[in-house]
Design a binder for this molecule. Structure first.
Ligand code: ZN
Ligand code: ZN
Length: 681
């Protein structure tokens, strides 16, 4: 059928004539002169050749290849075009037919056709055939080598790509770029960098493409030393690079932790847009250099660049991370003044910021202003409620979210499960855990399992907890074991505690908390021999408990307090304040938790004067150093102890202050005698 149609086509005199004319002015074709062509003695048949070419141009590849059987010695152009068509259509079968025709007709292909054959086989996934064509080539040009390297690199055959690269006699910019970016793409930055060094020491001409790959490699490690190396190289060579390169280099420095150098480069970039600006501002926030970040932000606005939603989101997320509610509020105000899209990332970042700062009321208001809350917006508010003692509200919101048709994600379920733990709703928690997979088609992560184990072991349901641990498809992580250990402490389950501690010793043998929690469980059950054993184990392994330390920022200065610290210049006032406030506390019913040695062996137990725990010192100092009503924020490196927790609740009521304590475990937002954690931490 098909043959007849082609016959009809080639019999048509007008077509033949026009094809013939085109052949005469053959310069318009893929110039055959470029092809390494052996002189051939054959009767050139323009009509067949041109019909094949014509069919190729019409994307009628099968017909073109079928027609090939009727031509003994097609022209190089015909072969070349056919292979190119097979490559474009990823037509392996046709490609193989063309290839065997080339062999059968004793035609010796030049570089162009051979390279195209290699490329065609590579793109069609037939790597062995590609290698064979390459191996059989009597001579190869740079393109042959590069094609093979690229082909292997693209499908992740790193070792093969490297082997070809190593054997290649004369590498050019493309070879280096191909192999370096291949390593970068597969996360093997070290090899990428080593190659860059080799390239640099050779006579290779750099090209921008290679340099960008290398910068990406360094940023991925990240290695400051290598960054400097590349930077120095560019300066020494006097290379003319564009803004995109400088932006990448600036970002690389920032990622490597050298923000000042990043800034130095940033300052010299000519055409900086909102993206470039936002990136550097984010880096400042990420580095904790708030003031400079904000100065830079206002500089950006002054220079006429309008912050976009990503800029705002970045600022707000930074505020959330650092619980800088005041700065967050200022940003919110700025957003209102300049106008912002209520359905943007920035709007969600607002909910997130207020939630993280413990201001659920404002978080809710920000949430209500979003007309189309997405999963991130919902999750931010749910998390805010769950973390700030409104677990029931969190679960209510979750149900509302489901009703609104918004699909929860992994993060949502972490908050939902922890809300269940806070309220002791074990059955509900299990139901939600099961629904992750059964209802929502998501795969529970190790974090979800961790929450579930927390829920079960806090309720003392250890058999079920163990059952889940034994059946879970992934390896339990340190958080899961720590949750289990925590539950064992509450219920004095020595046997299971030992198993959890054993697992934790394997994962992080240097973490003092595991040893002390285990010792604590032994102590509460009167197993003093075991307590001594754990202590000895700590000594033998050189595990040192970090001293309790708290810090607070007053007027842009950070004040740090160690347990029992008397070195602070305001120590006398701090001591006086604590003395006075504890008198009032006792009047209101506060009883110092003298049992704290048993409850919190891991925290500061050597300090017997409870009022000298570092967080109390920091809170006291902050209160006497700030005007009445100013919220206070204290950071602590360890978990806060039971006694301090109780005391700060009293202090918040007596002094009418909102006190946020961020310890190693979570946020505590003390207000009017209560803590947002509901005494759960
Ligand atoms: Zn304490
Ligand atoms: Zn608390």
């Amino acid at each position: 059928m098909r043959h007849r149609r082609v016959d009809a086509l080639i019999k048509s005199p007008t077509i033949i004539l026009s094809l013939f004319r085109r052949t005469l002015s053959s310069s318009s074709y893929n110039s055959p002169s470029k092809i390494h062509q052996q002189p051939r003695i054959n009767n050139y048949n323009p009509s067949f050749d041109d019909t094949i070419l014509n069919l190729c141009h019409q994307n009628r590849l099968k017909e073109a290849v079928n027609l090939l059987d009727r031509v003994k010695h097609p022209s190089a152009t015909t072969y070349s075009t056919l292979v190119q068509s097979c490559l474009q259509h990823r037509a392996l079968e046709e490609g193989k037919r063309v290839h065997s025709h080339i062999k059968d007709s004793n035609f010796i292909p030049g570089f162009v056709i051979s390279n195209r054959l290699i490329n065609m086989y590579l793109k069609c996934g037939s790597l062995g055939d590609a290698q064979k064509v390459f191996d059989e080539m009597p001579e190869r040009d740079t393109c042959s080598w590069n094609t093979l390297i690229n082909g292997y690199a693209r499908v992740g055959k790193l070792e093969l790509a490297r082997k070809v690269f190593d054997e290649m006699p004369n590498r050019d910019g493309f070879s280096w770029t191909a192999i370096i970016s291949c390593y970068v793409k597969h996360g093997r930055s070290k090899e990428a960098l080593d190659l860059f060094r080799t390239m640099r020491s050779g006579v290779m001409q750099n090209n921008m493409f290679t340099l960008s790959s290398v910068v990406a490699a360094v940023a991925a490690i990240p290695s400051l030393l290598s960054g400097k190396e590349i930077h120095g190289h560019i300066v020494r060579m006097g290379l003319d690079v564009d803004s995109a390169f400088w932006t990448a280099l600036s970002d690389m420095y920032a990622k490597c932790g050298n923000l000042d150098e990043a800034r130095h480069i940033f300052d010299r970039i000519v055409d900086r847009d909102v993206v470039t600006w936002t990136a550097i501002v984010d880096r400042y926030f990420g580095d904790g250099r708030w003031n400079e970040g904000f100065v830079l932000l206002s500089e950006m606005v002054r220079s006429g660049i309008k912050p976009n939603e990503f800029t705002f989101a970045g600022v707000l997320n930074a505020c959330a991370h650092q619980t800088l509610e005041n700065v967050g509020k200022q940003t919110h105000g700025h957003m209102i003044r300049t106008g912002f899209n209520p359905d943007s990332y920035a709007a969600t970042a607002l909910v997130h910021m207020y939630s993280k700062c413990g201001n659920v009321r404002s978080a809710r208001k920000a949430f209500e202003a979003v007309s189309k809350p997405d999963v991130a917006t919902w999750t931010s508010l749910i998390a805010g409620c769950a973390q700030n003692g409104q677990a029931e509200e969190a679960l209510k919101l979750f149900e509302l979210m489901l009703q609104s048709g918004t699909q929860p994600d992994h993060v949502t379920f972490v908050s939902v499960l922890s809300a269940c733990t806070h309220t002791g709703l074990v059955e509900t928690g299990i139901k939600y855990f099961r629904s992750i997979k059964d209802v929502h088609g998501l795969t529970p992560t190790v974090e979800h399992y961790s929450c579930l184990i927390d829920l079960l072991s806090r309720a003392g349901r250890f058999t079920e907890a163990e059952d889940y641990i034994n059946k879970m498809p992934m390896k339990p992580d340190k958080f899961l074991w720590a949750s289990l250990l925590g539950g064992c402490r509450i219920h004095k389950n020595v046997e299971l505690a030992e198993r959890a501690a054993e697992a934790l010793f394997k994962i992080e043998p240097e973490n003092a908390a595991t040893y002390t929690t285990l010792a604590n469980i032994y102590a509460t059950t009167g197993r003093w021999v075991e307590v001594a054993k754990v202590r000895k184990m700590m000594d033998d392994r050189g595990v040192v408990k970090p001293p309790g330390m708290s810090w607070v920022e007053i007027k842009r200065r950070v004040h740090q307090f160690l347990v029992g610290d008397t070195s602070h210049p305001s120590y006398d006032q701090i001591h006086g304040f604590l003395k006075e406030v504890s008198k009032k506390m006792r009047e209101e019913g506060y009883i110092p938790d003298t049992n704290f040695v048993l409850h919190d062996v891991e925290e500061e137990q050597k300090e017997h004067d409870l009022s000298h725990h570092s967080e109390k010192l920091a809170v006291a100092f902050a209160i006497i150093s700030t005007p009445q009503g100013t919220p206070i924020k204290v950071y602590k490196n360890l978990r806060t102890c039971v006694d301090c927790h109780t005391a700060i609740k009293f202090i918040s009521r007596i002094t009418e202050r909102k006190i946020i304590v961020r310890d190693s475990n979570r946020f505590h937002c003390f207000e009017d005698g209560n803590c947002s954690c509901n005494d759960y931490w």
